[in-house]
Design a protein around this ligand. Structure first.
Ligand code: MSP
Length: 637
């Protein structure tokens, strides 16, 4: 039987559509689920919407809709956005579904029977924002500790005997070091529990929208108590078969809902029910914008699919790959211990550096060179040891990172293999081996292609459409089994390769979002005829390019024909540099070129750009090159 693997996200409040902050938890869970599916597990990946509580009712009122209409629309919106982001959940639960209310009622009744729930009187300050009661002593300047308005409430209500679980919870933490990750949050949770647990009020009187208390229609169940039960309702409990879907292997969430709810109330409820506890609760940090948590109420929302559509438009990449780019950004920037800040500049920077340059060049160069030097097929030569070692290291790095749910480190491991591949190509210079008719060229090309195939497998949980595109260009089926990654049989010899297709065109600065453009100078500086303004200079697009091939141009003793790679594509440049340079001195070097010069024909050969060189005493060229290795196609200004 397949091993099973259960992953849950929190269920999302339907008071606003998802943004990249809320989508972060879901993306991390999706990467986890896709990774375990590739490893052969039968996953149960659960997400959904939290549709009860006063907050939702009030948001519906503000929107001028009935609560039912409002929750239906917003829950559908969450699904639309998650589907659009390629979130491959196995089940989507809504707390207004009958299967959920039925389980909540059964839970409540069982806890009442076993004496874990009792009727008492509640007086306290109620924070509608977080649906939580506070003591007078807990208020800060008359507000909740989170800064929300509170109102005084007095009610007859049911209480859950949380205080009885202080010791069992602390014992569990002690014996299960992986119960709470990342590590530092475990100490926060232990400190919270040790500071003393009070019984929790789990019903509300006359608060409208929620699961009614059995036999007492004037009361509803407290939204957090009801919401946490979703993880069990979705398993079908108490019907047979629920054990296939519980306990969860990992429950992903943001740090704000870890300590008090998921790491205290939730395991205590499960203990009271005699149900098993989840293996790991993973509490990631927040994504901030302008120093604040991203949230609708703060008006700093970035919707993930709009970010993708805008990227597709600005860069010219296919929409499904733009969605992957957003997924990649979220995975690579996943805040773990500490918060991270989202900026559009950083999003663009990562897109250009990691996807357009590193991944784009690795794909383009590997396939182009295989076409040029080994006839467009995977050659039948041994894979070099250093390539095998790099693949192994990246794969192990990915696995170790995912073991601890460190999605950002897993992304980094996959990218490390891409960077290795680019450096390996530069160092092993297959063009020079081919020129020297060195038989090692076959091994180098096969090693390059196997690295690319391994990259395809490793990035698959994060960038599924990109992985499909790479597999197609390699002429093989998508990696379907994690074990195959890095094996020589994953890319059989003689496989016919496709001509590389550009996937992630570079973003030009000029295509930045309007509010990001540098403001135009208010006053034009004075110029004379010999001077040009900065705007004129800016029209010249200077880029770092890498020389892939070089050969003397026939019929000329000054000109050299170069093939360079710039902006992910190959270009021919004809340059008068023969006097000072030999072709073999040039291959692999980084130089600076004018990238937007109109093509011209020089001695019968088309030149698609110009390189920059200083002029020596005899009129010969001295090439300008960056003083250290530079990201591919870096802008020069
Ligand atoms: N409905 C509750 C959860 C109940 S689970 C039984 C809830 N919903 S929420 O919509 O407010 O938040 C859902 C998830 O999104 C949480 O994990 C939260 O931490 C995460 N995030 C919301 N904004 C976020 C950021 N700006 N950054 C990172 N995560 C954020 O809480």
């Amino acid at each position: 039987m397949d091993k099973r693997y259960v992953i849950t996200t929190p269920i999302y409040y339907v008071n606003a559509a998802p943004h990249i902050g809320t989508a972060l938890t879901t993306l991390a869970s999706d990467v986890t689920a896709r990774y375990h599916r590739l490893r052969g597990a039968k996953t149960f990946f659960l997400t959904g919407t939290d549709e009860n509580g006063i907050k939702v009712m009030e948001a519906a009122e503000r929107a001028g809709k009935t609560t039912r209409e409002f929750v239906d629309e917003l829950s559908a919106e969450f699904r639309r956005i998650f589907d659009g982001m390629g979130i491959a959940y196995d089940d989507f639960i809504r707390t207004t579904e009958e299967r959920h209310t039925r389980t909540v009622v059964a839970f409540f009744e069982k806890l009442k029977e076993s004496g874990h729930i009792y009727l008492g009187k509640y007086e306290g300050w109620y924070d509608v924002g977080s649906e939580t009661f506070f003591k007078e002593s807990e208020l800060v300047d008359g507000k909740s500790p989170d800064g929300n308005e509170v109102r005084w409430v007095e009610e007859d209500n049911y209480f859950f005997k949380l205080s009885a679980f202080e010791k069992p919870l602390l014992d569990h933490l002690q014996w299960h070091p992986r119960f709470i990750l990342p590590e530092p949050r475990r100490n926060e949770v232990a400190a919270f529990i040790r500071s003393g647990l009070r019984d929790t009020c789990i019903t509300r009187t006359n608060h409208g929208w929620g699961v009614p208390v059995p036999g007492e229609p004037d009361k509803v169940i407290y939204v957090w108590f009801d919401a946490l039960i979703n993880y069990v309702s979705a398993t079908g409990w108490p019907e047979p078969g629920w054990e296939e879907r519980w306990p969860a292997d990992v429950q992903w969430m943001g740090k704000d809902i870890l300590t008090r709810f998921h790491a205290t109330l939730w395991p205590a409820m499960l203990m009271a029910m005699d149900l098993p506890l989840p293996h790991t609760l993973m509490g990631h940090a927040w994504m901030l914008m302008g120093g604040e948590k991203i949230s609708k109420s703060r008006g700093n929302v970035v919707p993930p699919l709009e970010l993708a559509a805008e990227l597709a438009e600005r860069s010219g990449c296919a929409y499904d790959l733009a969605v992957d780019a957003v997924r990649y950004f979220m995975a690579a920037a996943m805040p773990c211990e500490s918060d991270t800040t989202f900026t559009h500049d950083e999003f663009d920077r990562r897109y250009n550096a990691d996807l357009a340059n590193d991944l784009g060049n690795a794909l383009n160069r590997s396939l182009s060179m295989a076409h040029k030097f080994t006839g467009g097929v995977v050659p039948d030569s041994p894979v070099e040891l250093e390539a095998q070692a790099a693949i192994r290291q990246a794969k192990e790095g990915f696995e170790t990172a995912m073991e601890d749910f460190r999605v950002h480190e897993a992304a980094e491991s996959a990218l490390a293999l891409v960077r290795f591949l680019n450096k390996y190509i530069d160092r092993r210079a297959p063009w020079a081996l081919a020129k020297a008719q060195d038989p090692a060229v076959g091994s180098v090309i096969r090693s390059m292609l196997l690295c690319l195939r391994a990259v395809e497998g490793l990035i698959r949980p994060i960038l599924p459409s990109t992985a499909d595109a790479i597999a197609r260009q390699l002429g093989v089926a998508p990696t379907a089994n994690w074990k195959e990654i890095g094996t020589q049989s994953s890319l059989p010899t003689k496989t016919a390769l496709m001509i590389p297709e550009p996937m992630f065109p570079r973003l030009e600065l000029a295509t930045r979002r309007p509010e990001m453009k540098t403001p135009a100078p208010t006053e034009e500086p004075k110029t004379d005829d010999a001077q040009i303004g900065i705007d004129e200079f800016k029209k010249v697009q200077l880029r770092v390019a890498r020389i892939l091939e070089a050969e003397p141009l026939e019929g000329s003793d000054k000109l050299m024909r170069l093939q360079v790679i710039v902006d992910g594509a190959k270009r021919q440049i004809v340059a008068g540099i023969r006097k000072n340079y030999d072709p073999l001195d040039l291959i692999g070097r980084q130089i600076v070129v004018v990238a937007n010069l109109k093509p011209a024909v020089v001695r019968g050969a088309e030149s698609q750009g110009m390189l920059l060189a200083a002029v020596d005493e005899d009129g010969g060229a001295i090439l300008l090159q960056p003083d250290r290795e530079t990201p591919e196609s870096a802008v020069v200004r």
